[in-house]
Design a protein around this ligand. Structure first.
Ligand code: GDP
Length: 421
């Protein structure tokens, strides 16, 4: 519709086009109008003022997407993807969010839900109307179907992991002075001997990458060559610039380390607890980069020769004492990493992470419930008990798509949107 907007305080009418969508096929599922007019700030403000005087109000942050979700137009994973599209800072994040928006996870989950619902209906019909001659579902067939559903859930859980790895590449980087024990920690965390460990400083010449399990969350772990941290955070152009051919191996590896640190999502800053800290190391500790940082005191099996309290004071949080020899502190480090990564996902607008983390737990619980159902089925337990486990699995699966949701969850997701989305 072509027309004219008559605005308070503006003498002449403003040309505009109005696109009217009566619903239910609009974005929000309800009636919706879009006004297109000149993109001039003061005129747009006058238009909003005039519309508000006539009874309109400004949308709350995320309200459009919330309405779309509540009217069933999109599921929760897609709502999170909208946020991802808005917040994407690079092409990779945008591509991941768009793929999620297209419903990568929603459809297989919906199929699984339907399947489990059918099983449940079958079981419950048998319970409620035992005298009716209903088609009989043998325990063997029930077990087989539950087994298939449980495998599908496992596949989805794996897909989510891969998504986190490939699309997000959550990168945890080990940094610290040469010889503090980074490579040993890298090996201990990955439970294998990949990095070369040597008592000579500067053994790790470039960087190594492995897949780390941070208390159930998978991420990339990078072991860098020891580097001069102050230079990393203060140099705007980076250290070791110039023709690679003219640089020493050490300088090249320093440059690679600098890049790894800059691209890190989380830094694990390693300090050798068995050696007094050099004044420069204290200075490095105060310098801060962009990424959140965990401080680790290595070689915890040896007598501690640094002032841990002073270290905690400087860092604002107590260091995690680890030993790659005895395994001390490694589990704590994994769970602190998990917390830090989850914190990033919650605040950083990484939509796919957020969905992956939120969904992974539900999928895990659903899968556990199905496995219990399989065991109960095999033990000829009463069907009520099997039905209860299936119901539990359905509830967890429903949480992923938002078919089952709590006010808290909606608040958590939609409060991160900006106004007008
Ligand atoms: P990087 O240069 O920081 O990667 O350090 P490395 O991992 O190569 O370790 C340097 C030296 O410290 C090696 O001799 C290791 O055996 C030793 N080291 C590393 N971690 C530990 C530990 O937890 N306990 C003890 N006692 N020695 C360690």
């Amino acid at each position: 519709m072509l027309g004219e907007l008559r605005l308070e305080g503006v003498a002449s009418g403003l040309p505009c086009e109005v696109y009217w969508q009566p619903g239910p096929r609009s974005y929000t599922g309800g009636p919706q109008a879009e006004i297109h007019t000149l993109g001039c700030g003061p005129l747009l403000e006058a238009a909003v003022r005039t519309l508000c005087r006539a009874g309109a109000r400004l949308a709350e942050p995320g309200e459009f997407t919330l309405r779309a979700f509540l009217s069933g137009r999109i599921d929760l994973t897609q709502a999170e993807a909208v946020l991802g599209v808005v917040d994407a800072v690079d092409g990779q994040q945008l591509a991941a969010a768009l793929e999620q928006l297209a419903g990568g996870l929603a459809q297989p989950l919906q199929e699984l839900r339907n399947r489990l619902f059918d099983l449940l209906v079958h079981l419950e019909a048998g319970l409620d109307f035992p005298e009716e001659d209903l088609p009989f579902l043998s325990r063997l067939e029930l077990g087989r179907q539950l087994q298939e559903a449980s495998e599908q859930l496992q596949n989805l859980a794996e897909q989510l992991q891969t998504r986190r790895m490939s699309d997000e590449g959550v990168t945890v980087v080990l940094v610290g002075r040469p010889n503090v024990g980074k490579s040993s920690l890298f090996n201990a965390l990955l439970r294998r001997t990949q990095a070369i460990v040597s008592p000579c400083p500067g053994t790790t010449r470039d960087y190594l990458v492995g897949q780390l399990d941070a208390a159930g969350l998978r991420c990339r772990l990078v072991d860098t060559a020891g580097l001069d941290w102050v230079q990393v955070v203060s140099a705007s152009g980076g250290i070791g610039e110039g023709e690679q051919g003219q640089m020493s191996v050490g300088a090249v590896s320093q440059q690679m380390s600098v890049r790894q640190v800059r691209e890190a999502d989380v830094l694990v800053w390693c300090v050798d607890g068995s050696q007094p800290m050099e004044p420069e190391e204290w200075a490095e500790l105060v310098a801060r980069g962009r990424a959140p940082r965990l401080v680790v005191l290595t070689k915890g099996d040896l007598p501690v020769r640094i002032d841990v309290e002073q270290l905690a004071d400087q860092c604002g949080v107590g260091p995690i004492v680890t030993s790659s020899r005895t395994g001390q502190g490694l589990e704590e480090l994994r769970s602190r990493l998990r917390e830090t990564i989850e914190g990033l996902a919650a605040t950083g607008g990484h939509a796919v992470w957020a969905t992956a983390i939120r969904s992974a737990e539900s999928i895990r619980l659903a899968e556990q419930a199905l496995r219990r159902a399989i065991t109960l089925g095999a033990e000829t337990c009463p069907e009520e008990l099997i039905a209860a486990e299936i119901r539990l699995a359905l509830e967890e699966i429903g949480k992923v798509s938002g078919a089952v949701y709590t006010e808290d969850l909606l608040e958590q997701i939609f409060s991160r949107f900006c106004i007008g989305k």
